[in-house]
Ligand binder design. Structure first.
Ligand code: SF4
Length: 144
């Protein structure tokens, strides 16, 4: 395993972006990232810059307003990069699907979601499980 891949696998950095969520999913993501559920014990760290992130965590339906920002954040992340859709809205648009201002879920905009955590909102344990599975994937991922 190359040094970079090893570093990503033992300490994946996470960027969280709310594309229009009602905030309940965000609260669960924050709970998963803070000491009660303590994602840092797996080496994960929340970062503020897409240029430092390995995993993009998206909450909420993708609105027309947030779509260009989501695309830009994703493009700025270095390869290999993974996308995690947290909550029904991020997966498919959820209850907002079909609204005039909603493009749908992450897949409709980025064309992929490497991990989907269903729920409205999902529990922090489910978010952690999704992250751990993604980290396992990072361990085996090939750089394109
Ligand atoms: S999935 Fe539910 S909790 Fe999450 S943003 Fe959508 S409506 Fe809110």
């Amino acid at each position: 395993m190359g040094l970079l891949r090893w570093a990503r696998a033992v300490s994946p950095w996470i960027l969280h972006f709310n594309t229009g969520a009602c905030n309940a999913c965000d609260i669960e993501v924050v709970a998963a990232l803070t000491p009660r559920f303590d994602v840092e014990r797996f080496g994960a760290l929340k970062v503020g810059s897409p240029r430092h992130a390995d995993i993009l965590v998206v909450t909420g339906p993708v609105t027309r307003e947030s779509e260009p920002r989501l695309r830009r954040l994703y493009e700025q992340m270095p390869e290999p990069k993974l996308v995690m859709a947290v909550g029904t809205c991020a997966i498919s648009g959820g209850v907002f699907a079909g609204c005039y201002n909603v493009r749908g879920g992450v897949i409709n905009v980025l064309g992929k979601a490497d991990m989907m955590v269903p729920g409205c909102p999902p529990r922090p344990e489910a978010i952690l499980e999704g992250l751990i599975k993604l980290v396992e994937r990072l361990r085996g991922i090939k750089k394109r």
